[in-house]
Design a protein around this ligand. Sequence first.
Ligand code: DSN
Length: 411
Amino acid sequence: MDIACVEKIDPKVARIIKDEEQRQENGLELIASENNASSAIMAVQGSVLTNKYAEGYPSKRYYGGCIHVDEVEELAMKRARKLFNAEYVNVQPHSGSSANMAVYFACLKPGDTVLAMSLSHGGHLTHGSNASFSGKLYNFVHYGLSPRTEMIDLNEVADLAKKHKPKIIVAGASAYSRIIDFKGFSKIAKKTGALFMVDMAHIAGLVAAKVHPSPVPFADFVTSTTHKTLRSARGGFIISTLEHSKKIAKQVFPGMQGGPLMHIIAAKALGFKQALSSSFVLYQKQVVKNAYVLAENLIKKGFRIVSGGTDNHLIVIDLSNQSISGKHAEEILEKAGITVNKNTIPNEKKGPDITSGIRVGTQLLTSRGMGEEEMIQISEFIYDVIDNPLNINSVHKKVMDLCERFPLYKK
Ligand code: DSN
């Protein structure tokens, strides 16, 4: 990134950006929701489109001068419709949380019941956590993971739906490593008269590349971010059937948001183009292969993986048999240049600030070009640091060597 112009005006901010660039370049980023956007995506996000106000939608704006941003928003919508085989796509939500909020606001009244996955079992804050607007405004009922398989049990979902008669059933998660049976969910929703919403933020790239079944044929609404496995701009979008398109559009603008971020929408258009390429499919296949190999090798080293393994890009490691908390593991791994996040496990005893687990994902390291061999090495790094923090320095050196071989951004 060329920050020479920032340096002149604000050396402090320029220095912080450089430091962060170095941290990303010299570390193994295993946060399951992050990725390294391509230089092209970053260039579009930093373009003059950031200057333009364009409240409204293409051809129906409240400002003049929208001819070019109209074209780019149409392009983003068209490419997203093609990528996900969708009837309607709204590319204006600023984030995944605002995409979820728009669907709730469009379909629910305060106090209405919604059925979703519990946060401690892998759901998201906006799936009804009391700390979020979702849990404050609506009556969320939660399903979790089966105590036996640690996978979603559709019988439990069906029983809860029958009992609580939710207006919406939400599928999708932030920390669930298995294939989600969207068809099975949709049958339950139909049977109980609920709308069906899928939050596919984590797996959007996998869905786009068809390495995870698509929710689009089965759901009334699919919400997502664009920057996780999709490896695109920082933002959100909503897919819906034509039947619901008008109320979604009205809820996003003017219901919740003002001016759309046209620079981000243009970067989303570029991201959807990248995701339509054959190299993107190969990339997503490698993401899944890498997660599988990492999980298998962690298991060989004695780690317990929630739900026994992974079918997607992420792994939740249960550390309760390792006499270390998720928080402490996050801290010592960071000292060795490995970034993960502490994560609750099903039936968490330590609470969300300490936790008994960590979550890791392979999408960013795969973007750097790493493959199975590197995943085996990384499982050893994680083991060595957690087994004995005295290994931190030697592991850190190996991490730096590995990062040097797989630059984040080719110079
Ligand atoms: N913060 C994201 C995650 O880490 O899963 C979800 O919003």
